[in-house]
Design a protein around this ligand. Structure first.
Ligand SMILES: [Zn+2]
Length: 126
């Protein structure tokens, strides 16, 4: 999708739901940042909020717009607390059952009190 079309579409969709919460400039900067990532490149809510100096909630809202437009897809990185290796990427929670052992150190990467503790939500360029 052309950047101008992307900008117009996102502006239009956000305007409907959030009025003037997102300026043209923020949306434009957001598209610039995201377009620097190659296909299959991953970005986090935190990184985007840091780059654009916006809240993590706003970062999430902007990233979600690109999920709706099939430009990004959500995924999870599984992080091993023992060896700090990012073991695997999964695209749905159903895949979690197969991913509970760290590929690097074989530590069990699950906290039974908090199943999502070692998962980080990321967004990947499709
Ligand atoms: Zn490990």
């Amino acid at each position: 999708m052309l950047l101008n079309t992307l900008q117009d579409t996102i502006e239009h969709n956000l305007q409907k739901k959030y009025n003037s919460r997102f300026s043209k400039e923020i949306i434009s900067n957001f598209i610039q940042v995201v377009s620097m990532f190659d296909k299959e490149g991953c970005m986090s809510i935190y990184k985007i909020s840091e780059y654009l100096k916006i809240s993590e909630t706003d970062s999430f809202i902007l990233l979600s717009q690109l999920v709706k437009l099939n430009y990004l897809r959500p995924m999870y990185k599984i992080y091993c607390p023992k060896c700090h290796f990012t073991s695997k990427h999964i695209y749905s929670i159903e895949e979690l059952g197969d991913s509970l052992i760290c590929e690097e150190c074989e530590h069990t990467v699950i906290d039974h009190e908090n199943l999502l503790k070692y998962l980080t939500l990321m967004f990947q360029v499709i």
